[in-house]
Write a protein that binds this ligand. Structure first.
Ligand code: DC
Length: 229
């Protein structure tokens, strides 16, 4: 049997990281962990409890009351995130959370909290995790690191289509502005900013179909899991 590895996928918002990660995990029988969902769930808790993001004492108190877990959903064939035993998988995709999440994800205490949990999830390998700092901070020794990119117009259109399904009032302009803002904050924050790991492979999927993309990456996985005699 092929050995199990860690696959780290990083990149800007809406490059299709989670689509690829989900498909890879399904084909390989790996766990898929959406690290962005963790920052989104923490943000939801902060919004609901009006946590002052400028007060590190209040932040630490809030984090002590947050329990995050992933539970496999048979219907969607992927894990849903639970915040203190409540399924918040849908709620965290809301624009209200999207507008605040980059600010919350830039907080040192929040990152330490999330990264600690993420590292533990990789102990047994056989995991695909996507995010912004997976190949650089969470799993610097991951056997396969992918840095995903896509042309900005392609990303805006993809994200718009996704959000429009549940919110027909959303505009292309709003989506474009949110993506640009998040890219800027994610790339320029002091704590583990988004950057490509030196040993990551760049994957620009602007003109690739999902099938082509998956095929390409499975080849990379094969190279790294081949058992040498
Ligand atoms: O992947 P996403 O759009 O759901 O991520 C939501 C936000 O969380 C994103 O704006 C940046 C932040 N994030 C992060 O800082 N580090 C990660 N590993 C994953 C997400």
């Amino acid at each position: 049997m092929a050995q199990k590895i860690i696959i780290a996928i990083d990149g800007f918002s809406s490059c299709g990281k989670s689509t690829l990660a989900k498909e890879l995990a399904a084909v390989l029988g790996y766990n898929y962990i959406d690290s962005g969902a963790m920052y989104r769930a923490i943000t939801l808790y902060f919004l609901r409890n009006a946590v002052d993001v400028n007060d590190s004492g209040k932040i630490l108190d809030a984090l002590a009351n947050i329990h995050l877990s992933f539970v496999f959903n048979e219907k969607t064939q992927k894990s849903d995130i639970y915040l203190n035993e409540e399924n918040v998988e849908h709620m965290i995709r809301d624009m209200i959370v999207a507008e605040k999440v980059s600010e919350v994800a830039a907080i040192k205490e929040v990152r330490a909290f999330a990264v600690g949990q993420q590292k533990r999830m990789g102990k047994k390998k056989g995991i695909v995790m996507d995010g912004r700092d997976i190949g650089t901070v969470v799993f610097p020794d991951a056997e396969l690191k992918i840095f995903m990119t896509a042309d900005p117009e392609v990303r805006v259109k993809r994200r718009f289509t996704e959000l429009y399904a549940t919110n027909p009032n959303i505009t292309l302009e709003e989506v474009k502005h949110n993506l640009e803002m998040r890219d800027y904050i994610d790339s320029n924050r002091a704590e583990s900013p988004l950057r490509q790991a030196d040993d990551a492979i760049v994957l620009n999927n602007s003109s690739l179909t999902r099938e082509e993309q998956l095929e390409k990456v499975l080849e990379w996985v094969k190279d790294r899991t081949a058992v040498t005699a």
